[in-house]
Design a binder for this molecule. Structure first.
Ligand SMILES: [Fe+2]
Ligand SMILES: [Fe+2]
Length: 409
C-alpha cells in the first residue's frame, strides 16, 4: 500500500488538518493515512503544548468520527524515548514488525499488513520550504518521499520547493503536490482566540468535556521544569491507564494546580500530585497490595483504596521522587486523614470534581472550591458518605479523623 504519514502537534486538531487528510486521499496519492500526534515537541516546551494523551485522544475521537476507514491514528510517539524528530519517527513507524502489527490492529489481513509498503510524509508547503533545516534532513530525504498540500492561491510549485531543498542539501528530494480547499487556520490562532469554530465537532466536545484550553492556562503559573514533568508523567501513564482514567487523573492535576493558585498553595506540587493520583489504579490487585504495604503497612486493606498508597510508591519509583507532600497527597486522596494539609485537601477535592466528573450534581462544590475550600470539601465528603451509607460500605477510620478535623459528625 501507499501509506501517507501525517505528523503534528494537533493542539487542537482543526478543519485545516482534516482538509489535508481528505485532499491526500482524494488525490489518489496515498491509499491510507496514518496520523501521528507528537508526544513531546522539540520546538515547543512543555508549557505551551497540551499534555500528549489529551491531543492523542482528541485526534482519535475526530478521526473515528469523520473517517470510517483509510485513516488511522498511531501512538508510536509515546514509545519513543526523549525528543522525537521526523527522521526518528519515520524509522520507527516504517519498521516492518511495527507496521504489520499496527495495520492488523486496524483490521487489515496479516497478508496485506505484512506486505511491503511505500511511505510518504505529508506536510504543507510552508514547512516543506525549509525541509533542509529539519533535524537530520539529509538522512530523511533519502529514506522517504513527500506529499505537499497546496491551497488555492498558494504561489509555489513542487519544483520550487525541490530546487530550494536540493540546492541546500546537495541531495535529490522527491515532492509531489496535492490540492486542498481554502481553509487557512493554525492551532496557535485557535488557542489564542479560544474560537473553536474551525474545530471538528468531536474535538469541540472533547475540549468542553475536559475544559481543555482553560485548564491549560494554569500552566503559565507553574515552573518550566514542572510543566516538562507533567508532560512526562502523562506519557508514562499512557502505558498504565486506559483513556477515561488517564484523562481523569490529568484533569485532576490541572484542577489541583488551579485550586492551589486560588488558595495560595504550591501550584507545581498540586499539578503533579493531582496528575498522578490514580496512576496505580489499573495495576493488578496483588501488585497494588504489595506497593500499598510498602508505603502504609496494613493501613489500607480494602481493594478500592489500595491504589492510593500504591500510587505514591509506583510514581516515586518511576521518577525517583521523595517529596513527602506530594506522596502524602497521593496516599490519602481516597480516605483523607486527620491532619490534612492544604495540598491533601486540594487533591482530594479535585479528584471528585474535575471537569469530566458527572456522577452527581457537582455545581455547588465547583462554585465553592475556588473561594471556600473547606466548605467544598465538606459538601464533597457528605456526598461521598451518602453513597457509602446507601451501599452499606464502612467508613475508613482515617475518613472519620478527616471529618472530625472539619467539625463534621
Ligand atoms: Fe483514586
Ligand atoms: Fe481519581
Amino acid at each position: 500500500m501507499r501509506i501517507g504519514l501525517y505528523g503534528g502537534a494537533f493542539d487542537p486538531i482543526h478543519n485545516g488538518h482534516v482538509s489535508v487528510i481528505r485532499g491526500v486521499l482524494d488525490s489518489g496519492l496515498a491509499d491510507i493515512v496514518i496520523v501521528i500526534p507528537s508526544a513531546r515537541n522539540p520546538f515547543k516546551p512543555g508549557r505551551s503544548l497540551t499534555c500528549a494523551p489529551y491531543r492523542y485522544y482528541m485526534v482519535k475521537d475526530v478521526i473515528e468520527d469523520l473517517f470510517s476507514d483509510k485513516v488511522y491514528v498511531s501512538d508510536i510517539e509515546f514509545w519513543i524515548e526523549g525528543l522525537s524528530y521526523t527522521d526518528s519517527i519515520v524509522d520507527k513507524v516504517t519498521d516492518t514488525s511495527y507496521m504489520t502489527r499496527f495495520l492488523m490492529d486496524c483490521g487489515f489481513s496479516a497478508k496485506k499488513a505484512g506486505s511491503s509498503h511505500d511511505y510518504f510524509w505529508i506536510a504543507g508547503s510552508d514547512s516543506l520550504k525549509t525541509l533542509y533545516s529539519w533535524h537530520n534532513a539529509g538522512a530523511l530525504v533519502s529514506k522517504i518521499d513527500f506529499l505537499m498540500a497546496i491551497r488555492p492561491g498558494d504561489n509555489i510549485s513542487s519544483e520550487d520547493v525541490i530546487r530550494l531543498n536540493r540546492d541546500k542539501l546537495g541531495l535529490p528530494v522527491n515532492i509531489t503536490t496535492f490540492d486542498i480547499d481554502g481553509i487557512n487556520i493554525a492551532s496557535s490562532g485557535i488557542r489564542a482566540s479560544a474560537n473553536f469554530d474551525e474545530v471538528p465537532e468531536k474535538a469541540k466536545a472533547f475540549i468542553k468535556q475536559h475544559d481543555l484550553y482553560n485548564a491549560q492556562q494554569i500552566l503559565a503559573d507553574a515552573s518550566e521544569e514542572t510543566c516538562k514533568h507533567f508532560v512526562e508523567v502523562g506519557i508514562w501513564m499512557y502505558g498504565h491507564l486506559k483513556k477515561k482514567r488517564l484523562l481523569h487523573t490529568l484533569n485532576t492535576g490541572l484542577l489541583s494546580a488551579y485550586l492551589a493558585k486560588c488558595h495560595g498553595g504550591d501550584i507545581d506540587k498540586a499539578l503533579i500530585a493531582g496528575a498522578v493520583h490514580d496512576c496505580a489504579k489499573e495495576l493488578p490487585v496483588e501488585e497494588q497490595a504489595k506497593l500499598a504495604r510498602i508505603r502504609s503497612g496494613n493501613l489500607f486493606t480494602e481493594e478500592k483504596l489500595l491504589h492510593s498508597p500504591a500510587g505514591a510508591v509506583f510514581y516515586a519509583d518511576a521518577f525517583d521522587v521523595d517529596d513527602t507532600e506530594i506522596l502524602d497527597a497521593i496516599t490519602y486522596h481516597t480516605t483523607g486523614r486527620g491532619d490534612m494539609t492544604l495540598l491533601d485537601k486540594i487533591v482530594f477535592l479535585a479528584d471528585k470534581i474535575e471537569p469530566s466528573r458527572t456522577y452527581t450534581d457537582l455545581s455547588l462544590m465547583r462554585k465553592l472550591a475556588p473561594s471556600d475550600l473547606d466548605g467544598a470539601v465538606k459538601l464533597c465528603l457528605e456526598s461521598v458518605l451518602d453513597k457509602f451509607r446507601k451501599k452499606g460500605r464502612p467508613v475508613h477510620p482515617l475518613t472519620e479523623d478527616f471529618m472530625k478535623s472539619l467539625g463534621m459528625n
